[in-house]
Each structure stands twice: as structure tokens, then as C-alpha cells.
Design a protein around this ligand. Sequence first.
Ligand code: ZN
Ligand code: ZN
Length: 434
Amino acid sequence: MLYSNQPTNFSGTTGKQPASRIQEQYRQQHPKAEARTTFLVFLSSHHVLWDQSDFRFQQGRCFALENIFGSQKATVTLQHPTPTRGSLFFVSSTSWIHSAGFYFAFWCGKRRARQEVLDLITSQHQQQQQQQQQQSHPLLLVIHMILSFLSNTTVPYTAPSYIETQWQSLFEGRNEALVTLALMFVTHEIIYFARCIPYLIADQMPSLQKYKIQQKTIQNTAQNQWKVFRYVLISHFFFELPMIIGFHPIAVYFGMAISSVPFPPLSKMAMQVFAFFVFEDFFHYWAHRGLHYGPFYKHIHKLHHEWSAPFGVAAEYAHPVEVLILGTGTIGGPLLWCWFSGDLHLITTLTWITLRLFQAVEAHSGYDFPWSTHNWLPGWSGAEHHDYHHMAFTNNFSTSFRWWDHIFGTNKKYLAYKERKAAEHKAVEAKKVK
Ligand SMILES: [Zn+2]
Ligand SMILES: [Zn+2]
């Protein structure tokens, strides 16, 4: 049997089957698969996770289509295990007659017609298996493109990017859980500490001291920085590392794509990362507000407030329980997203964590530069917002955005303080003019 629309065939491609198993299935079913083989499978409008398919399998296809049409664009192809109205069947053929027949079947949308064409194609293909593959007609490319556009259910395939190739070679032949662990931990360490470097440099530049938010309280001394650095490093190895070890099995359970390529499109990643920002911000707002409740503050959150004028590296200077609680907001968004949509890639999660670290270190930097994020991104909280929280031990509980504090009225003291400051500044300026 070459191909069939039986659910057993490629049934894992819409589920959580690892790419390697799909690849193995493919190899077993098509021991002599040639590069010329063209797959045309229509994706149903609601799913079929293209990400989960096999990379080399796609490369073969790409080559096939390039070979035939001299184009890098190809129609992607996976078989849907449970055909529904308007969803897909596939065809494998180098003959334009076959493909045209398939398109006809799809176009008619009739199960019987599709089945007949499918049977015809299968039998014809079996007869041709021993023969030389024939050249397809270039006209097919035009038909592909038109149908892809009209149906809007196919995904254009382009050559893998450099990062995708590297990503795959990173996982190739290695334990996926270990590679994920290493990726998560190393990314976290590099981004966290590297993000602190610009602020350490700023500390050494007198010309930038005018941008320091708190001019009177100076806590970013070398001694304090060293103390915090040591604590944070120990915390990373003894508290965060064990949490990261648990990440892979949980992520797999929730259905996250780990080693597969290609990566999701940038637009999708941006949308998902934004959703994680919103989720984390809301979660953090309430969890943080809760941590300011008497006993919780005294036994857990007080440590983080040791610095009333914080500096970058102090972002994760916190009690292990706080790391666990607030870390839930960071990782909970991606897991929930995965749970409900079944559509999330580890690369998106890593991108989110990277941006979240950028946000956290910036918020604790103690500097409000003209180029700081909140000065050009409306609604962004930034250092100017969170610094007040450390200074006043109240108000401004959220992380990334200002809206929850505004909606729940926990920014009143902060706004009054800002007004006072502005008035003082005005008075000083007026004096200067006189
Ligand atoms: Zn706090
Ligand atoms: Zn803080």
C-alpha cells in the first residue's frame, strides 16, 4: 500500500508523535521514496500541526518541488487522520494527471469522487513504481498556487533557516530532555547576567548618573552587587535548576513541540509571547500583592525588599518560595496555552523567557534613561514604575504593564508622588529662570 486515507497512516502527525517516529514510519512505508515524489496534502482549516512533521521528509519534498518546478514554494502535505468536510487527502505522484485528478476530487468535495480518484492514483502509482519517474508539467505549479490561495488551508514551505538547521542538529541523537534542560538553563544564565552588564557599565559613568531614579539612596555599591550576585547564582543552581529539570516532562505532557522544525512563523510567536506577557502580568500582580500580606511578607517577600533602591542583578534576589510562586506565572502561561491550543514550540517559550528576563532586570536597574522601554512603549511599567515599589514598599505590584495597578487603584500613592516630584522640579526650574 502506498498511501491511504486510513487513520493509521501518519496518524501521529496531528498529535504528539515525535518527529523521529514519523520519520521512521515514513521510511518503512516508502523504502524507495525518491526526491521527485510530490506530496500534496490539504490541511484542514482547524489543525494539522505542520511543525510536528519530519524535517528531512520536508527537505526531500522541497527538493522534489524545486526539481520539478524550479521553485522553492511548495504545498505542504500531511494527511489528516480523520477527514472532515473540506479537509484533505493527499496524493503522491510525479504525474500532473494524478495531481490534477486529486485537485478535481478535492474541488468537488465529494467523498466518493475523492475515493475513486484516490484509488485510481494509488493503483497507477503502484504500476509505475518500478519505472522511471516522469517529469511534471509546470502548469501544476500555477494550479498549486491558485488553489493554495483559494483554499487558504495549505502552508507554503520555504527552505529551513540557519537557526532551524542548528536547532535540529542540537537535538539529533541526543536525549531531548537533557538538551531542553541545558538550553533553558544556559539561556537563563547568559541572558540574566548579560542583561545586567549595561547597568554595571552605567554605574561607572558619571555622565549617566543623572538618570538614576533614586539620587539619595545609593545601594548599588560593589559590595552589595557582589553579595547579590553570589546569592542569585546559588539560587539559580539550587532552586531554579531543579525546577527547570521538571520542565521537560511537564512541557511534553502539555503537548509542547520541542525538537521539531520548522519554527512557527514570527507573527504567531509574537502573538503568543504577547499573550504570555498579559497572563504573567495579571498573575504576578495578584501573587505579588498577596506576598505583601503580613506573614507572607515577613517570611518570604521581605528578602526581595532588602533593596529599597534596587539594581539589575537584584531582580531575582528572592526567597526560594517566591521564586517558585512567581516562576509559576512565567511558565504557567506557555503551559496553559499549550493545554488549550496544542500549538506551542519550545523556541517561543525560550523567546518569552528571554524577553521576560530583559523586563525583570530592566525593572530593577534603578535607571530611567530616555531610551528606557516605558518611554517609548505606552503602558509598559519599566524601572520607573517598579523602582517606586521598592522605595515605598507599596503600590505598583505588576511586572510588565501599568494597567492592573491603575484598574485596581494600587497606583494612587505612586501618582501623587510623581505629581509632587513634578511640582518640585517645576519650582526648581522657575527659580533658575529668576
Ligand atoms: Zn514587593
Ligand atoms: Zn522587585
